[in-house]
Design a protein around this ligand. Structure first.
Ligand SMILES: Cc1cc2nc3c(=O)[nH]c(=O)nc-3n(C[C@H](O)[C@H](O)[C@H](O)COP(=O)(O)OP(=O)(O)OC[C@H]3O[C@@H](n4cnc5c(N)ncnc54)[C@H](O)[C@@H]3O)c2cc1C
Length: 576
């Protein structure tokens, strides 16, 4: 598979680019978005007339994929998109949807994609319509930004519970990978209609996609309702489909309180189950929604605990807009300077860098009076701006019983510390970003309100039929700057350990599709054994033959038999 992030290619240039951007106080990436690169042709041969198409760059979130000069079309509506797809089919081109490019995996283009390849990116920005389809559902264009969806819903008294913490991604991008939040019900919390604790994909009632029609002999727009057994293959499809819109089930808007803690030692929070003190699992029982950000070599994580609170608690500060942690979205100069040193290869600056990040986070929480905030779901659950530090992520998640949540967290945190210390002893600092841990529920299709609905086939949040008691998904993200020395070796250590530890007997792994996985010692998305067997097997375990990996891949092939929606990575990986 050629999807890997070959560690060596362009390392120096990228490091310096990234370092320069950080030193200037800005994160690497946004300034380059949409850079046009001159090409010799005005458009690909025979491209449908009247649709703007230009050569543009594709950069993924961390900058580990950065391909210049790819043809990028911007259809005004779904009909124009269908014209592009039929042109691509007739002329041997691939079509790749381009949302906000806020992911890590090579589902759109690969690191080594050439501008000469027959690939047309489709900027989905103009497929952005939002309308109420019913009093409790919203029809959203696939190119609509989550930010706009959240604001639209809230203005109409509606809300969601398990949502990505950042609003820049598009609806199409978030559904493709099964977007989710930090969301479990507190012990005894009454169910609220329309509020799911699994993936955003599980909220879908209906969607529209461009699919092959054998009868018409061409690609057409088709609506899939949630009752249709095929729909579950499209709810999470890792880039093997092109959606134009989705209708999402919502609940009533909720008010939430979010209390931050920076005073609980990680050793206490992630202690073995049954230990004394304030355990992450106990906080989940109390409030349900918890996230920990633990900077390496520091003692205390930044912990956020959300609880449903219809009335403002006396000690909370009321907030009226999202992104209430500006200190984590705009990189302070001292942090940028240390980041710069690390990116230039001075790994030993990592402990000081991480401690400085922790210091700024805790001081920032106090200075902005944000330790205890209260407000609408859309303002308290949206807290990471696109301008935060650009890092790579290892994203292996664990499906388990809620009763085993603390055990999983304890093992994961202990492994992370072991890796940090083992490498430090050798003078190596492969992991300079935090360990971020949160949990959500599995997909309960009844949440959609559609009788006969089924869970998304290949979502990390899909329920296992043989383990109905595995109702919790633990998301563990290990962050580091791209191109950090030894990072892939360390990621591989953690990934291999996770698959062996959560071996399916009492808990099982899956991967977070948008993040990094299948590590070899020098690349992500490259371990052939995991790609061919291991990862598909984690999705298929405990699922029946009409919903497992092979089934989903066959259905997606049936909807796109010419593999117009694919790339070199997916052509190898996304197969039955
Ligand atoms: C700072 C940050 C925080 C994040 N936080 C969270 C979080 O809390 N929870 C979470 O779940 N995720 C989170 N993510 C990950 C993010 O949700 C995913 O990477 C998402 O896929 C990005 O969407 P996008 O619009 O940028 O899509 P792109 O990156 O452009 O594309 C991603 C994938 O979606 C596909 N795609 C895009 N549009 C369409 C379409 N119209 N039809 C079909 N396929 C399409 C692409 O083919 C590709 O496979 C975060 C990302 C960042 C950078």
């Amino acid at each position: 598979v050629a999807g890997g992030n070959s560690h060596q290619v362009g390392l120096t240039r990228r490091r310096l680019l990234q370092a320069g951007a950080l030193a200037a106080g800005a994160a690497y990436g946004p300034a380059l978005d949409g850079v046009a690169v001159a090409g010799s042709l005005a458009a690909p041969p025979a491209f449908p007339s009247g649709i703007p198409v230009r050569r543009r760059a594709f950069h993924n979130w961390a900058g580990s994929i950065d391909v210049r000069g790819l043809w990028t079309a911007r259809p005004a509506d779904a009909r124009q998109l269908v014209d592009i797809v039929n042109w691509a089919h007739a002329n041997g081109w691939k079509v790749r949807p381009k949302g906000a490019m806020h992911g890590w995996s090579p589902f759109t283009v690969l690191r080594d994609t050439k501008r000469s390849e027959r690939i047309v990116l489709v900027d989905t920005r103009d497929l952005h319509g939002l309308e109420l389809a019913s009093p409790t559902t919203v029809r959203a264009g696939a190119g609509a930004a989550l930010d706009d969806v959240y604001d639209f819903l809230h203005a109409r008294g509606l809300g969601l519970t398990s949502i990505p913490a950042t609003g820049a991604p598009t609806v199409g991008g978030a559904l493709a990978i099964g977007g989710h939040g930090a969301a479990l019900p507190a012990a005894g919390e009454p169910a609220a209609e329309g509020h799911g604790f699994g993936s955003l994909s599980n909220q879908v009632v209906e969607l529209e996609a461009v699919v092959w029609s054998a009868a018409a002999g061409q690609y057409v727009l088709r609506t899939f309702d949630r009752k249709d057994p095929v729909t579950k293959a499209l709810l999470v499809h890792i880039g093997r489909a092109f959606l134009t819109s989705a209708t999402l089930r919502c609940g009533a808007a909720q008010q939430l309180r979010c209390v931050s803690h920076v005073d609980i030692p990680g050793a206490e929070l992630f202690a073995a189950p049954g230990s004394p003190g304030r355990l992450f699992g106990d906080l989940v029982e109390e409030a349900g929604r918890v996230e920990s950000i633990w900077f390496p070599f520091t003692e205390k994580p930044w912990l956020k605990v959300w609880s449903v609170a219809p009335e403002k608690p006396a000690s909370s500060r009321a907030v009226t807009g999202p992104y209430n942690y500006p200190f984590s979205d705009r990189i302070p100069k001292p942090v940028a300077k240390l980041a710069d040193r690390i990116i230039r290869g001075e790994g030993s600056a990592t402990p000081q860098f991480a401690q400085t990040e922790y210091t700024f986070a805790s001081a920032g929480l106090s200075a902005t009076n944000s330790m205890d905030i209260w407000g609408a779901w859309k303002d308290t659950l949206r807290y990471i701006r696109a301008s935060t530090l650009r890092v790579d992520e290892c994203g292996i998640c664990v499906l388990c019983r809620r009763a085993d949540l603390q055990r999983v967290l304890h093992l994961y945190a202990s492994k992370w510390i072991e890796v940090l210390e083992t490498y430090r002893a050798r003078g190596s600092y492969p992991l300079n970003g935090p360990l971020e841990m949160r949990a959500c529920g599995i997909d309960d299709p009844a949440v959609s309100g559609v009788a006969g609905a089924a869970a998304p086939a290949i979502a990390a949040t899909a329920p296992r039929r043989d383990r109905p008691d595995w109702d919790t998904v633990v998301w563990a993200n290990v962050l580091t700057f791209p191109y950090t020395d030894d990072c892939f070796v360390a990621y591989r250590d953690i990934e291999q350990w996770a698959h062996a530890t959560f071996d399916g007997t009492w808990a099982g792994t899956r991967v977070e599709w948008s993040k990094g996985w299948a590590f070899t010692p020098d690349a992500a998305f490259a371990d052939r054994r995991l790609l061919r067997k291991g990862i598909p097997a984690t999705v298929s375990a405990g699922r029946n033959a009409e919903e497992d990996w092979s089934w989903a891949m066959r259905r997606l092939n049936g909807l796109d038999p010419h593999r117009v929606f694919g790339n070199a990575f997916l052509d190898d990986f996304a197969r039955p």
